[in-house]
Write a protein that binds this ligand. Structure first.
Ligand code: M6R
Length: 366
């Protein structure tokens, strides 16, 4: 049932090229420039008229929400807020009838997310669900939705659910952009074509595995780890850190790279591995200077770079190469090496990768 893999998590990491394809199958017709999702099409006006979109979720799904915030604002120019469902539900949030709520949940059973949906519905908002489990409570409770089609995710650490959530949310953001005319046609088409190439590029990113195993060996006994990223890769840094802490029990923090100088830089010494997501894209030079700051304080740098990178390679202690896509979609690719790194470190530390201590696959308690 693990398909020849040692753990469900590893199997699920490797399934990503296929399940991402499943997620956009029938929805993305890049040669025709069409995105078709029934749940969005049927409610297009609600989305395009929305004064704002509020995304509610927990954990990894909340990280996908942060990526979606950047995508929807960048492509469709609709203001987005992302909230932890547990905060939203208990703080008497301001919700209007012309707000759209997007609830993201792999299991579709997370108690706080479900309660947030019920509250938003009571206040008259339109609630759209992005779930993986078909027929789950959240899928039933929302007015409309789109499934991620990732197939069952058994490992407690979410992997393929995250990348397929980003895929669905990218489709939604691009569909809304087309409707609103907020993205040039060429940019729109470029993102569609690039989305179609993501499964191949994820496959290529998985090939870094043997390099990642070597890096895992060096850092497996660390007590702390920092993850840095900018823009669309900032949530990826948060997700990388969550993955490491939940399965290897190493304390890890994710930060937007530029925030480092506002505090976390004080933590950096030769004991501190810093994982920097540094594709050769917008703000590359800024990330390069962040890396220099870490190096000046003897931090160990593991950099995630674009294929063929020259500049970061000169500075970093280790590099992991990955293929590049559009800025938004590179977030999917950058996730892959971080999943593998956490996985290998956890295995080397003899942790129970698929069922980490104290955690449940779906958090149905409040
Ligand atoms: O099923 P959900 O997506 O609603 O679950 C939300 C979180 O409990 C979940 O993402 C959790 O953070 C994972 N263990 C992360 O790997």
């Amino acid at each position: 049932e693990k398909g020849g893999f040692e753990h469900f998590m590893l199997k699920e990491i490797h399934e990503q090229p296929d399940v991402i394809k499943d997620t956009f199958r029938g929805r993305l017709l890049s040669d025709k420039g069409i995105i078709r999702m029934a749940g969005v099409e049927d409610n297009l006006e609600k989305f395009t008229r929305a004064k704002r979109i509020v995304i509610v979720a927990c954990g990894t799904s909340w990280h996908a929400g942060l990526v979606a915030e950047y995508m929807i604002e960048e492509f469709a120019r609709i203001p987005v807020e992302v909230e932890y469902a547990s905060e939203f539900r208990y703080r008497n949030p301001i919700i209007n009838e012309d707000d759209v709520i997007i609830a993201i949940s792999q299991s579709g059973e997370t108690a706080d997310t479900l309660a947030a949906i019920k509250l938003a519905k009571e206040k008259g908002a339109f609630v759209f669900g992005v779930c993986n489990v078909v027929g789950s409570s959240i899928a039933r409770e929302t007015h409309a939705g789109a499934y991620t089609h990732a197939g069952p995710e058994i490992g407690v650490a979410s992997t393929k659910a995250f990348t397929t959530q980003i895929t669905v949310l990218a489709l939604i953001a691009l569909r809304l952009a087309k409707e609103k005319g907020t993205l040039s046609h060429s940019e729109y088409l470029r993102n569609l074509v690039e989305l179609e190439l993501i499964p191949e590029k994820v496959k290529e990113a998985l090939l870094a595995d043997s390099e990642i195993i070597k890096i895992a060996e060096v850092y497996k006994d660390s007590n702390n780890c920092l993850y840095l990223g900018r823009g669309f890769n900032y949530p990826v840094a948060l997700e990388g850190a969550l993955k490491l802490k939940e399965i290897s029990y190493i304390h890890a923090e994710g930060y937007p790279a530029a925030e480092m100088k506002h505090g976390p830089i004080a933590l950096i010494d030769e004991q501190m591995p810093v994982i920097v997501i540094a594709p050769n894209q917008n703000h590359y030079d800024k990330v390069v200077s962040n890396i220099q700051e870490i190096k000046a304080r003897s931090g160990k740098i593991i950099a995630l770079v674009s294929k063929g990178d020259v500049q970061v390679r000169k500075l970093a202690d280790h590099v992991i190469e990955m293929p590049q896509s559009t800025e938004a979609l590179t977030s999917i690719i950058a996730t892959i090496p971080l999943q593998l790194l956490s996985y290998h470190i956890a295995v080397m530390r003899e942790c129970n990768v698929d069922q980490p201590r104290n955690l449940a696959k779906s958090v149905t308690v409040e």
